[in-house]
Unconditional design. Sequence first.
Length: 271
Amino acid sequence: MIKGTTDIYCIFGHPVKHSKSPLMHNAVFQYLDIDACYVAFDIEPAKLDKAIESVRIMNIKGLNITVPHKEAVIPLLDTVDNNAMAIGAVNTIKNNDGKLIGYNTDYEGFISSLKNKNIAIKNRHFLILGAGGASRAIIYGLLIEGARVSIYNRTTEKAVILANSLQSFGHIDIIHNIEETKQYDIIVNTTSLGLKKEDALPIDTSLLYDKHIVYDIIYTSTPLLELAKQRGCSTIDGKDMLIWQAFYAFKIWFHIEPPLSEMIRALYLGN
Ligand code: ATR
């Protein structure tokens, strides 16, 4: 029931209608009987500054930030926590009496999605495909957990820039051509390849072996994951990371852990 006292939480993105965050957070609000609701706002990039100002004016208590605003939002905030600063992207904001604090829960979400499946990270060798914003958050998380990281990107220069900017957290190998994959334990697709039916595969799947864990951060089961399964690999899709980033966002806003099972239920059942 929305009342005069109901607090607003939201997500800013462009586009944003596909977002699953309202489903997960509203389900938890209802489950825990929290007087709040969560909505999605499609914000054009040129209007992001005004939209953030409206968060202060309308006393929106907390929000998530998604593509394409995660980097651009940083200078509009009052404080940004060290992890989000190192990653250079914010996906969660808490409104502390008009002071907006930025966080990044994507990297924690990725790490927890592995730990929750009892997948060891330290000293294991990850091949990361892609060098965009999601890749940065994931690689940051992996480096602080002591993983070995190699990165391959269509545009090598972008991988080099990413590796240089995170070098204080650990070494990242730049791969120019993926010819051999036996040295890797876990292969992660962070590129957008797989979102559309006609997309090429992000890696030649004849290079996948049953020893590999293949993780695609796209929410749905992609051709990469289907083919990886056929080759005997263990696979993980992006729903896990999505749930865990929402888990940590909720924890930042309310200082309690949300019921994970309720988030999972809402995401999988769609209500
Ligand atoms: P996100 O924030 O989701 O990570 P992004 O910053 O736009 O998104 O990054 C997209 C990633 O997908 C990049 O690594 C991009 O490669 P380039 O740096 O070469 O552009 C990769 N990508 C997108 N389309 C691709 C394609 N057709 N082939 C290979 N890589 C692609």
